[in-house]
Design a protein around this ligand. Structure first.
Ligand SMILES: *[C@@H]1O[C@H](CO)[C@@H](O)[C@H](O)[C@H]1NC(C)=O
Ligand SMILES: *[C@@H]1O[C@H](CO)[C@@H](O)[C@H](O)[C@H]1NC(C)=O
Ligand SMILES: *[C@@H]1O[C@H](CO)[C@@H](O)[C@H](O)[C@H]1NC(C)=O
Ligand SMILES: *[C@@H]1O[C@H](CO)[C@@H](O)[C@H](O)[C@H]1NC(C)=O
Ligand SMILES: *[C@@H]1O[C@H](CO)[C@@H](O)[C@H](O)[C@H]1NC(C)=O
Ligand SMILES: *[C@@H]1O[C@H](CO)[C@@H](O)[C@H](O)[C@H]1NC(C)=O
Length: 561
C-alpha cells in the first residue's frame, strides 16, 4: 500500500508544525519508495526496518502479520515451534494500523508481531500451559505484566511458542524442546537438531523469522542456551528487572523474563518495553532507577573501547578443551575484543567453583529451586480464574501427569516434582534450610563466582564484564546469584562435524550447529552487557555470515501487498 501524495503532504505539514514546536525533531514521513521485492527478507528484518516501512506506508502491520502466519503454516510441521497462533492477531494489527493512520505511534514496537513462551500468561484466547495438557483451558484473571507492557508498547502478541515442558522442571529423562502438547521442537540448522531449552520455541521461531522476536524465561540458562544454539541474541536480564507476575514459575530468586532476537538492538528494544517496577512482583522494587532505560539508545559500536573484560581462564579450561570449536572461536573473539579497545584480564576465577560443582553434583543447589517451585506454583495455580483440572499444587501436577497418557509418563518421568514433594526439608521457601541455601546460592554465584571474578583482588578497579564461550556452567553460576547474561552469535561447528544423538534419537551435535559468546556482569549492568554485545556483533556479523537454515519459510510481505 502506498500513501497518496496528498495524505503525506498533509501529514508533513502537521508534523512540520509539531517539530517546530518541540525540541526533538519528528521524522518526516515519506511515501514508500522501495520496490516490494526489495523489502528485507522476514528472516533478516529488524524492528528499525519494520518501523521505517510502516511509517512510509510500504506495508501495514496487518499485511506483516498475514505474512508471518503464512510462514508459520509453511514450516511448523517440521519444527513444531509455534504452539498457538493468536486468533485476534490480525484484528489487533488492523487496529494498530488505524492508530498509526491517526498519527498515534506508540514507539518502536508499534505493530510489530512478537511471540510469548507458553509459560507467560495472557488474558485473551491463547492458552498458557507450559506445554502441558494439565493447563489447557485454564484462564488467568489478567495479562502477565510483561504481556501487558508489550501490548501497551504496541506489539502484537502473535501467539505462544513451545518450550521444554514446565521449563524443564518435571522430568529427569526428557529432552530439551519436548512438551506433550507440541512434541519435539527442532532447530533450523540440522534436521532433528535439539533446540536446547527451555525457551526452544522462542528461539527457533525467531531464528526462522516467524515473528520479529520472542520472550523467553530463564531460571538457569533457559534463554541464553537456546539463543546461542539457534544463532541468536538472548538476554537473561538481572533477576527483578522484568516482572514475573503471572509467569508460570520455577524459582522466584532465579527466574527472569527476557528477549530472544536476531540482533542486539532488537533485543534492547524488547527489553526496554518489558522492564520496570511492578507491584505484583516485589523483586522489581530493587530496580535502582526510576525510569527504565531505553536500552537501544545506549548502543554504540565503540563501546568496548576502554572496557575492562575478564576471563575465568581455569573455568573455561575445565569445561572445554583447547580443540573444542567453541574455545577456538572464543580465542579469536578475545583478539577482536582487544582490537576493539578493551583490556583483557585473564585468570579471573570463580573461587568457589569446586564447591559449586560438588553442590550441583548432589542436587543441593537444585533443591532450593524445588522449594521455591512448590511455593510459587501453588500461588500461580490458586490464582487461576478457571482451573479445569482442579490442580492446586505440585502433588496435583504429579497425579495429573501420571494419569493423562498424553503426558507420556513414565517414558517422561516426574522425577523433579517427586524430589520437590518428598525429599525436601521444608514445604515452602521460608524455612531456615531454604534461607541457608539461598545464602549459599548467592555466595557461590556471587563472591565465590561472578562478582568475585569481577572485583579485582587488591585493587579498586573492578572489571566491567566477563566473557566465556557458550556453556551451561557459567550461565548457571550467574543465574544462582540473579545476575544478567547476554549471548551473541560467535561461530558454528564445521560442516564435517560427526552427528551425535541422545537416547531418544534427537540430534545433540551436528554440522553447522551455532554457538555463542556470553557477556556476564553485575546486577543492573544489563545496559553495559548489551553495549558490549552490540560492539562485538557489529564488528563480526556472525549471524549474517554463517550457514543458513536447511529449511526456510518462503512467504514474504510482498505476497500480501
Ligand atoms: C485453547 O485451548 C482450547 C481447548 O480447551 C482450544 O479450544 C482453543 O482453541 C485454544 N486456544 C487457541 C488460541 O488455540
Ligand atoms: C505446530 O505443531 C505442533 C506439533 O504438531 C502443534 O502442537 C501446534 O499446534 C502447531 N502450531 C500451529 C500454529 O499449527
Ligand atoms: C511483597 O512484600 C510484602 C511485604 O513483605 C508482602 O506482604 C507481599 O505479600 C509481597 N508481595 C508479593 C507479590 O510477593
Ligand atoms: C577434547 O574434546 C574432544 C572433542 O569434544 C574430545 O573428543 C576429547 O576427548 C577431549 N579431550 C580431552 C583431553 O578432554
Ligand atoms: C553436597 O555436597 C556438599 C559439598 O561437598 C556438601 O557440603 C553437602 O553436605 C552435600 N549435601 C548432601 C545433601 O549430600
Ligand atoms: C488424580 O487424577 C485423577 C485423574 O485426573 C483424578 O480423577 C483423581 O481425583 C486425582 N487424585 C487426586 C488424589 O488428586
Amino acid at each position: 500500500m502506498y500513501f497518496s501524495k496528498r495524505w503525506s503532504l498533509n501529514l508533513l505539514t502537521i508534523l512540520g508544525a509539531l517539530s517546530a514546536a518541540t525540541a526533538s525533531p519528528v521524522p518526516c514521513p515519506r511515501a514508500c519508495k522501495i520496490n516490494p521485492s526489495d523489502l528485507p527478507d522476514l528472516i533478516d528484518i529488524t524492528i528499525d526496518d519494520i518501523s521505517t516501512h510502516l511509517r512510509d506506508g510500504c506495508f501495514s502491520s496487518y499485511q506483516l502479520t498475514q505474512a508471518y502466519i503464512a510462514r508459520i503454516n509453511q514450516v511448523n510441521d517440521t519444527f513444531h515451534a509455534v504452539q498457538e497462533i493468536n486468533p485476534d492477531a490480525l484484528a489487533i494489527a488492523k487496529s494498530l494500523d488505524c492508530e498509526r493512520k491517526r498519527g498515534k505511534v506508540r514507539g518502536p514496537l508499534h505493530g510489530v508481531p512478537i511471540f510469548l513462551k507458553d509459560n507467560i500468561a495472557t488474558f485473551d484466547k491463547l492458552n498458557t500451559t507450559s506445554g502441558s495438557y494439565a493447563l489447557v483451558g485454564a484462564k488467568v484473571k489478567r495479562d502477565s505484566t510483561v504481556a501487558a507492557k508489550l501490548r501497551s508498547s504496541g506489539a502484537i502478541i502473535l501467539g505462544k511458542v513451545g518450550l521444554t515442558q514446565w521449563s524443564n522442571h518435571r522430568s529427569s529423562n526428557s529432552t530439551p524442546g519436548w512438551s506433550s502438547r507440541h512434541g519435539q521442537i527442532t532447530s533450523g540448522y540440522y534436521p532433528g537438531l535439539r533446540p536446547e531449552g527451555s525457551s526452544g520455541g522462542s528461539a527457533v521461531a525467531t531464528d526462522l523469522g516467524l515473528a520479529l522476536g520472542a520472550l523467553g524465561t530463564d531460571t538457569s540458562g533457559s534463554i541464553v542456551t537456546p539463543a546461542w544454539r539457534n544463532n541468536l541474541v538472548g538476554v537473561r536480564p538481572t533477576m527483578g528487572l522484568t516482572s514475573r507476575a503471572l509467569v508460570i514459575p520455577i524459582s522466584e530468586r532465579q527466574d527472569s523474563v527476557g528477549p530472544v532476537a536476531r540482533t542486539v538492538k532488537d533485543a534492547a528494544y524488547i527489553l526496554s518495553s518489558i522492564a520496570g517496577k511492578c507491584s505484583a512482583d516485589n523483586y522489581t522494587s530493587a530496580i535502582p532507577f526510576d525510569k527504565v532505560p531505553e536500552y537501544w539508545r545506549g548502543l554504540n559500536k565503540d563501546s568496548l573501547r576502554g572496557a575492562k573484560i575478564g576471563i575465568p581462564s581455569a573455568v573455561i579450561k575445565d569445561i572445554m578443551n583447547s580443540t573444542d570449536p567453541f574455545r577456538v572461536e572464543f580465542e579469536k573473539a578475545v583478539d577482536i575484543i582487544r582490537e576493539l579497545g578493551a583490556t583483557i584480564h585473564d585468570n579471573r576465577e570463580f573461587t568457589a567453583y569446586e564447591e559449586y560443582k560438588a553442590f550441583t553434583a548432589n542436587f543441593t543447589l537444585y533443591s532450593i529451586c524445588g522449594m521455591e517451585f512448590k511455593t510459587n506454583i501453588r500461588k500461580y495455580l490458586n490464582d487461576l480464574a478457571v482451573n479445569p483440572n482442579n490442580l492446586h499444587d505440585a502433588k496435583d501436577l504429579i497425579n495429573y501427569t501420571m494419569s493423562d497418557p498424553r503426558e507420556e509418563y513414565p517414558n517422561r518421568n516426574v522425577f523433579l516434582w517427586e524430589a520437590d514433594t518428598t525429599k525436601l526439608p521444608c514445604d515452602d521457601n521460608t524455612c531456615k534450610t531454604a534461607w541457608d541455601l539461598t545464602q549459599l546460592r548467592y555466595r557461590l554465584g556471587g563472591e565465590g563466582g561472578i562478582l568475585g571474578a569481577l572485583s579485582s583482588a587488591g585493587g579498586p578497579d573492578g572489571l566491567d564484564a566477563l566473557i566465556v564461550p557458550a556453556h551451561y556452567a557459567p550461565v548457571d553460576i550467574a543465574a544462582i546469584a540473579g545476575l544478567p547474561v547476554v549471548t551473541v552469535p560467535l561461530g558454528f561447528r564445521s560442516k564435517d562435524t560427526v552427528v551425535e544423538k541422545d537416547e531418544r534419537g534427537v540430534v545433540t551435535t551436528a554440522p553447522n550447529e551455532p554457538f555463542g559468546l556470553l557477556f556476564i556482569g553485575k546486577a543492573w549492568d544489563d545496559q553495559k552487557l548489551l553495549n558490549f554485545a552490540y560492539a562485538f556483533e557489529q564488528k563480526t556479523q556472525v549471524r549474517k555470515k554463517g550457514p543458513k537454515q536447511y529449511k526456510r519459510p518462503t512467504a514474504q510481505i510482498k505476497d500480501f501487498m
